[in-house]
Ligand binder design. Structure first.
Ligand code: PEP
Ligand code: MN
Length: 336
């Protein structure tokens, strides 16, 4: 059960609602986000919610049978959009495109990438400054100095920054420079990190765990939402299966299933999803057809020299072509 409280509710009214909820043997968890205050009722007994709904101070009340609540579409039927400011949003009915290198490598690369994205009307740039690498000897990112350098140029170009946060202690220093905090596939169930991201007022994009189910991804989002942050985006980035012909298996099924289960925007990452450059484009187009709100992918001026994930990274010519095809696909879908 989700009870949305009126903004002007007083303490007495709130207490009366909580008492009523408790009287049905339901626990009432209070959640305060950027957009509202909610009481999440957790219990099992069935009862007529009108017995609560007629109390004063309630804006809205819903029974949500899913075990995740706030992210469920059973509560909020209308899709949620995440607004990054300056007219840039994810899930607002436009196609969100986020592109950039796997890793931020230096000033020249930052500038070339911004130039490429700007020339193609892309306003969200991805890139890692903290890189989760399988080997400890691989390049692990430029860290906060890399992010500050990137921010300086991104801000001047009106470009939003999408970048991975790997641990709680990085959030505070990154805050000023980051528009979308990416939770990587290796951290989808890092509940301390999710709790901490619930405390901030910046967008969070949660990637699906390498071996994570769709429901586990939704629970991870519920952590952030119930912590107080509604600015959430989900990302399908491929899962580990028995297949060895590709790096991961992009689970296209997850896109319509997630769109049905949650009101949150869903984006697809075909780069990590298949891990093979020449197959990124068809998977991006298929993701759009499957209903994705956006695509995040890797591009670099010279993928052969990229510090990480070059094998799945598009060069700018390939990227430009894919942008054109993605937009055409999106328009085609809308025209049906
Ligand atoms: C990335 O986006 O570069 C990345 C490391 O992604 P993932 O967490 O999906 O592996
Ligand atoms: Mn990568």
């Amino acid at each position: 059960m989700i009870i949305q409280l009126k903004n002007n509710i007083d303490a007495e009214q709130k207490k009366a609602i909580i008492n009523k909820v408790n009287s049905f043997n339901y626990e009432a968890n209070e959640v305060l986000t950027q957009k509202g205050t909610y009481l999440i009722g957790i219990g099992s007994k069935e009862f007529d919610i009108r017995q609560i709904g007629n109390l004063s101070g309630i804006a809205d009340i819903h029974i949500v049978s899913d075990s995740y609540k706030l992210v469920s579409r059973k509560w909020k039927v209308v899709p949620s959009a995440v607004d990054l400011g300056d007219g840039i949003a994810i899930g607002d009915g436009s196609l969100a495109i986020m592109a950039g290198p796997c890793s931020i490598e230096g000033e020249e690369q930052i500038l070339e990438t911004i130039g490429h994205l700007k020339a193609n009307g892309i306003k969200m740039m991805r890139g890692g400054v903290y890189k989760p690498r399988s080997s400890p000897y691989a390049f692990r990112g430029m860290g906060i100095e890399g992010l500050q350098l990137w921010y300086k140029h991104a801000k001047a170009a009106g470009m939003k920054i999408v970048t991975e946060v790997m641990q709680v202690s990085q959030i505070e220093p990154m805050l000023e420079y980051t528009d979308v905090f990416q939770v990587g596939a290796r951290n989808t169930q890092n509940f301390n990190l999710l709790d901490a991201l619930g405390q901030i007022d910046k967008a969070v994009m949660i990637k699906r765990g390498i071996s994570g189910t769709i429901d586990e991804l939704l629970y991870s989002a519920e952590y952030v939402f119930s912590g107080g942050n509604e600015k959430l985006i989900l990302c399908e980035r491929g899962i580990r299966t028995y297949e060895t012909a590709s790096r991961n298996t992009l689970d296209l099924n997850a896109i319509p299933i997630l769109k049905e289960k949650t009101h949150l925007p869903v984006v697809s990452d075909p780069s990590h999803g298949i891990g093979i450059r020449r197959h990124v484009e068809p998977l991006a187009l298929a993701s759009i057809m499957a209903g994705a709100d956006g695509i995040i992918y890797e591009t670099h001026s010279n993928p052969y020299k990229a510090f990480s994930d070059g094998q799945q990274t598009l060069d700018f010519r390939e990227s430009e072509q894919m942008i054109r095809k993605m937009r055409a696909t999106f328009e085609l879908l809308k025209s049906f």
